[in-house]
Unconditional design. Structure first.
Lengths: 318, 367
């Protein structure tokens, strides 16, 4: 790269930087808003105009994880003095943490969060592994009616999934799959599978079949060649597909709302359910949302190197 | 080491016929070159032997055993391809070790190390052993690729245009190396190429393949001097053999449509198996003559104009024009000619090959 730049190029470069900053602000503003709300005192959460400067506190997170009731009379000063800081914070808000014996009762949030993790991770693993194998089959072997089959797989995506929610609900109830982890895992795997097959087919087609053929000639079985040669080559594609599937499963709201209510409920329908419990505490909802954002952010961050190449769908491969 | 035989092989892909009635016999320890244009079926033939494709008809024998039921892994052949033959994530050493580690014939570690080191020494790639394959030059990659083949001591080496992606200098160097390697190993090689120079310079035997059929099999010398038909004549040799329509009239070659005449020696050699000159007299023929057998001489029978001059250093390749007919002649570099200059030429009548105009088959082969 030449180090010498003309004035025009510098100006263009500056304009580009400004444009990127503007776009970034637009995208990040809601995230900043939700994140800042998660640390606000409850009284400041809904002020107009919004409060920008405030003393951040962890009270919303304490409330998120505990079961509370509204205090009817002022707290006994001795109890208040003996309480740890996080309990005092709840007392300050006019509420009391429910306890079993001496330990505080946990809210359903951690359970819902774990449900989300179990369901999203399992369905991602299933969708990606099945999708990878299917794509490999389509890519490497002559499959009768290949084009029709691939179209059929894609066609499952051509309808907004919510359209089939009611029949699905009835079927699930009939076979006892509603409000079960396995039920949602099956559902999300089915959602993601078509996507996973198509995306992985693209990546598989890009891996020269000569690699496996060399392995076959060298004395390896098709399966060994697949695991030793094809899979490492497909890692980038697998990572990209996994991120997409994980995000879809993690964020899914409608089916989770309809199919689950307690045991297998995921975080997305749970967080807003807080809205309806009489007093809307926006800070608690914001705290739940911020924690909810983390797994996707971490997952995407861990796979970022693969994504950079994966998202371009192989365009940069030499 | 092995003897390879293909018997009446055909291969059909959908509605495309890749190979028809293909017979091939590759002797043990032979360097056999399969020569043909792109799409002639060379690679398909190779893949059939390797077991990567199944023939639609016919049989493949390795050392006299029909291997139809054998998968690629069991055939114990080695394959060297034009590209993509190295595993991109592995180092050179790992690539060389890979063929020695499958479950069905896993070698002890000491043996693996020994074989890898020996192959690396043979191919002079010892200094590259710990390098990742994406940090190799094209020539180094092909060396490693050949290394991957020789570590296994396979029954036969199959090479699919291994040199085609390399630049000219390197190609020449590796050509010699590969030929030496083959002699040193005493191995059976099947080498596929579209490059007739490679075929001529490396092969003990050459098979010319066109549209899925073997046209001619023979030593490079036979293929060059005694082509079976006009296809082989025009495909092999650079520049190719001149092919001129004409007929024999009273023992002289009369070229249509210009009626220029050249002497023709009706020697027994030329007509071996082709019957008497009576059979060929007056019949439409194609006269084939190699450019090096066309010479310029002031008293020669035919006048032509110099259409083009290509200087190749040691020699010049002239394109001569007689009416509409173009003729190539290889002349010594010192020959002083200019474009459009009138010259007189003749040919060496002993070297003329006659082909039947209709079938294109050489009269020497049409017995």
């Amino acid at each position: 790269m030449a180090a010498v730049r003309t004035g025009g190029e510098i100006a263009l470069n500056r304009i580009a930087i400004v444009a990127v900053l503007v776009v970034m602000i637009v995208f990040l503003a809601p995230i900043y808003w939700i994140a800042s709300t998660a640390f606000k005192p409850r009284a400041l959460a809904t002020t107009v105009p919004p409060t920008v400067l405030f003393q951040p506190e962890l009270t919303p997170f304490v409330k998120l994880f505990t079961k509370r009731v509204q205090q009817t009379k002022p707290v006994d000063p001795a109890t208040y003095a003996a309480a740890p800081w996080w309990e005092k914070a709840v007392y300050d808000g006019g509420e009391r943490i429910l306890k079993v014996g001496d330990s505080p009762q946990l809210s359903p949030y951690p359970d819902r969060f774990v449900n989300s993790l179990i369901i999203a991770i399992s369905s991602t693993l299933l969708a990606v592994s099945m999708g990878t194998l299917t794509a490999y089959g389509f890519s490497r072997f002559k499959v009768k009616g290949e084009a029709d089959l691939l179209f059929f797989i894609l066609s499952t995506r051509m309808l907004p999934p919510v359209v089939v929610a009611i029949p699905m609900y009835l079927m699930y109830r009939a076979v006892g799959l509603n409000d079960t982890h396995i039920g949602l895992i099956i559902l999300y795997t089915a959602f993601n599978l078509s996507f996973s097959v198509w995306l992985m087919k693209g990546f598989m087609d890009e891996i020269p079949k000569e690699y496996e053929e060399a392995a076959l000639v060298d004395g390896y079985t098709r399966m060994q060649a697949f695991f030793k040669i094809v899979l490492p080559e497909a890692a980038t594609g697998i990572a990209a597909t996994a991120v997409f599937c994980f995000i879809t499963a993690w964020n899914e709201y409608a089916f989770a709302l309809i199919m689950t209510n307690r045991r297998a409920q995921t975080a997305p329908p749970f967080i807003p359910s807080q809205v309806g419990s009489g007093l809307t505490d926006w800070t608690v909802i914001a705290a739940g949302t911020v924690l909810f954002l983390l797994p996707v952010a971490i997952f995407t961050f861990l796979l970022r190197n693969h994504l950079l190449r994966g998202m371009s769908f192989g365009a940069i491969r030499k | 080491m092995a003897h390879i035989q293909l018997k009446n092989i055909s291969k059909i892909f959908g509605n495309h016929t890749a190979l028809t009635g293909l017979d091939l016999d590759i002797a043990d320890g032979e360097f056999f070159v399969l020569l043909g244009e792109t799409g002639a079926g060379k690679t398909t033939t190779l893949r059939l032997i390797a077991g990567l494709e199944k023939p639609s008809g016919g049989q493949v024998f390795i050392d006299g055993v029909d291997v139809a039921a054998w998968g690629a892994a069991e055939r114990d052949v080695a394959l060297v391809l034009q590209q993509y033959s190295l595993y991109p994530r592995y180092t050179v050493r790992e690539n060389l070790e890979f063929p020695l580690k499958p479950k069905i014939r896993r070698l002890p570690d000491a043996e693996i190390k020994d074989r890898v080191d020996r192959a690396a020494r043979t191919l002079r790639i010892e200094h590259l052993l710990d390098r990742k394959t994406d940090r190799l030059s094209g020539g180094e990659m092909q060396r490693v690729s050949i290394g991957r083949a020789i570590v296994r001591k396979p029954r036969v080496f199959l090479m699919d245009e291994p040199l085609s992606a390399l630049d000219a200098k390197l190609r020449e160097a590796l050509r010699t190396e590969l030929k030496n390697l083959q002699m040193q190993l005493g191995a059976t090689f099947l080498f596929v190429t579209h490059d007739q120079i490679e075929a001529m310079s490396m092969g003990d035997k050459v098979g010319v393949l066109n549209h899925g059929r073997i046209i001619q099999t023979g030593t490079p010398h036979e293929i060059y001097n005694n082509p079976r038909d006009t296809y082989v004549a025009s495909f092999v040799g650079s520049p190719p053999m001149n092919l001129i329509d004409g007929k024999l009239v009273n023992g002289r070659a009369v070229m249509a449509p210009l009626n220029f005449e050249l002497p023709f020696s009706a020697g027994a050699k030329t007509f071996a198996g082709a019957g008497t000159s009576a059979a060929t007299e007056g019949r439409p023929l194609v006269f084939g003559i190699r450019p090096e057998d066309v010479y310029l001489e002031s008293g020669a029978p035919v006048e032509a104009r110099v259409h083009d001059v290509e200087n190749h250093g040691v020699e010049k390749i002239l394109t001569l024009r007689v009416g509409d007919t173009m003729l190539r002649a290889t002349v010594p570099a010192r020959t002083d000619v200019a474009i459009e200059q009138p010259v007189r030429f003749a040919w060496n009548p002993d070297k003329v090959v006659l082909f039947d105009k209709g079938s294109g088959v050489s009269l020497r082969h049409a017995s």
